[in-house]
Write a protein that binds this ligand. Structure first.
Ligand code: HEM
Length: 575
């Protein structure tokens, strides 16, 4: 270092003598001139000038080097090596085991491989086989068999403990102190949902939930039921027109795509009222973001990577920007129309709760920023249509498979609603329909897992969980627990809900499809109302069976979906 700095501050040749008196004259002539500089001390005055010019650069370089070393230590050694080892030891000491930690990737590579193999091996199940865990969550199934429960695995360097017992799950979901927070969302999920109600925590969550709650009150939902019925009418009409072109009167329709479009239409209209066309643009953008999330979710997450202009990142930024522009264009005119009210759709009701009290005053403590309102719209939009469309798809699948239940529901619908379009009051009387929907949610609930992380070291029963460990709740496993649901846990039996949700299993609140506790789904009544109105209208008009083309391959695409869609053969009832 000293040598290098003295080289740098050497004076220019014209100033410094170029001869070494110790060398013979002959060699002095042939020696390149620069070799003579080294032994000569610089002139003191000049050295001071050069040192003062070079020192900041040197210091900055040294600081950068130190920073890089510290980062490397923290990232490559502490975070990815020492901490996983230490946390692994804490769990091992408590008898909790799991797959080995793999440097940088954790268990992600194993999960990806096992899921790909499962998809390939078990291309299709028998349609009456509702035990699809080996296809959908094969890693948990294999590891639970091998290592027992609870189970430790790794999402990159983050330890994740998978809970399979209701007692622990209830403690996590019912915790009101906020000690079990949402995990930091993957950038792709954040782009999709925004930092809305699903992902916020603490005081922010309280504020967001207070603003959103009034929009989901039953009296408001009843008004929205009319919109749901109007959207459903369009689908029914399309099916009737198709059937009228067929000689036999039968027609095959791929329902999962139709339900996706229908639920997008319903949420566009119920959330954004007259701006529903722009709302549907949000749907298309979210579909692209969803595809991106699926492709990147298990990839290695290098720090800072999300800021690099890679192909995927640029696409993500472009889609995010597009969604923001669309939503801003919907929200801003509403804010401007304050004098005439914000409107009675989800957005209007949210803005109302956000900005005015019953006395019409502005309430600052509840106000959301423009970005927060945008994120809340993204959340409602995605959470509101993606899940409900799969609930409809799986209900249609199960009713096709169990014609006795299809007939029972049809009788109930005709009894309570006749042939007229159903109203919210009529729908609330459909008890057997509710039982079928709940059983569908138990066996084919669209949400497969929930995630939390303790914000400090916590105890769950006898298990001590270090701060920051991810806690994963694999819903379909719990819904197939024979000790809780009985020996027929893998079978379709809506009668288990005959005496309500609470009495459906040995453990109260065993149905986790909408979650339980303070963070349970705000849109569950909305989803049930939508599902009931559409199923009632289909049952009024058609009988239906599974098409021979149907392949039973439930798959995990963030939500549970039929991999090859749901082709259904429809027969108009009055043919
Ligand atoms: C069948 C349909 C639906 C299912 C199965 C479902 C499921 C769930 C589940 C399991 C959660 C808890 C997630 C967690 O804690 O990690 C949740 C939360 C949520 N859902 Fe739903 N949902 C459905 C429909 C809807 C609808 C229609 C909306 C809105 C229009 C909606 C909006 C939300 C929101 C905002 C949250 C976050 C609530 C909070 O944390 O306070 N969901 N949903």
């Amino acid at each position: 270092m000293a040598n290098r700095s003295s080289q740098k501050i050497l004076p220019p040749r014209s100033i410094t003598p170029t001869t070494d008196p110790a060398q013979p004259a002959a060699s002095r002539r042939s020696t390149p001139r620069h070799t003579h500089y080294l032994p000569l001390p610089p002139r003191p005055g000049l050295a001071i000038i050069h040192i003062s010019m070079a020192a900041p650069a040197l210091l900055a370089a040294a600081a950068l080097l130190a920073l890089a070393a510290a980062w490397l230590w923290d990232y490559a050694v502490a975070r990815h090596l020492l901490r996983p080892r230490a946390v692994g030891a804490v769990f091992r000491a408590q008898g909790v085991r799991g797959p080995p930690y793999r440097y940088l990737r954790g268990s992600n590579g194993d999960i990806r491989r096992m899921r790909m193999r499962a998809e390939a091996d078990a291309a299709a199940l028998d349609a009456r086989d509702h035990d699809y865990l080996r296809r959908v969550l094969p890693h948990f199934l294999a590891w639970k068999d091998k290592y027992g429960a609870p189970l430790l695995h790794w999402f990159g360097p983050q330890p994740r403990i998978c809970l399979f017992d209701y007692e622990s799950v209830r403690q996590v979901l019912w915790n009101k102190s906020g000690h079990f927070a949402k995990t930091d969302a993957h950038p792709a999920i954040l782009a999709l949902l925004g930092k809305g109600l699903v992902l916020v925590d603490g005081a922010d969550w309280v504020r967001h939930r207070r603003v959103a709650n009034p929009a989901f009150a039953m009296d408001k939902l009843k008004i929205m039921a009319t919109t749901m019925v109007t959207c459903a009418e369009r689908l029914i009409r399309e099916c009737e027109e198709l059937a009228s072109t067929s000689k036999s009167g039968e027609v095959e329709v791929e329902f999962s795509r139709h339900f996706q479009e229908l639920t997008a239409e319903v949420i566009s209209r119920t959330a954004f009222g007259s701006s529903y066309k722009e709302g549907k643009e949000v749907f298309h953008t979210q579909q692209q973001l969803l595809a991106l999330a699926l492709a990147t979710l298990l990839n290695l997450q290098l720090p800072g990577f999300k800021y690099l202009p890679t192909k995927n990142n640029r696409l993500k930024w472009m889609l995010e920007k597009k969604m923001k522009t669309t939503l801003t264009a919907i929200i801003q005119p509403r804010l401007a129309s304050k004098g005439s009210g914000y409107g009675d759709d989800l957005l209007g009701l949210m803005l109302e709760a956000c900005f005015t009290t019953e006395q019409g005053e502005k309430q600052d403590e509840l106000a959301l920023t423009m970005d927060e309102i945008i994120d809340e719209c993204k959340t409602f939009f995605f959470a509101g249509h993606e899940t409900t469309s799969h609930l409809l798809t799986w209900t249609m699948f199960l009713l096709s498979l169990y014609p006795e239940w299809q007939e029972r529901l049809r009788e109930e619908v005709l009894r309570e609603c006749g042939r007229a379009n159903p109203t919210a009051d009529m729908l609330s009387k459909l008890k057997e329909m509710t039982m079928v929907l709940l059983e569908t949610l138990r066996l084919y609930g669209p949400v497969l897992t929930m995630l939390r992380k303790p914000i400090s070291d916590m105890r769950l029963g006898s298990l001590s969980i270090p701060k920051g460990t991810g806690i994963i709740i694999p819903i379909p496993f719990l819904h197939r627990d024979k000790e809780v649901w009985g020996e027929n846990a893998n079978e379709f039996d809506p009668l288990r809900f005959e005496n309500g949700i609470t009495n459906a299993a040995k453990t109260p609140q065993a149905l986790l499809s909408f979650s339980i506790g303070p963070r349970s789904c705000i849109g569950q009544n909305f989803a049930m109302l939508e599902a009931k109105s559409l199923m009632a209208m289909i049952l009024q008009k058609f009988s239906f069976t599974l098409s021979p083309k149907y392949v039973h391959a439930p798959t995990n695409l963030i939500t549970l979906q039929p991999k090859f869609g749901l082709p259904i053969v429809l027969r108009p009832l009055d043919v």
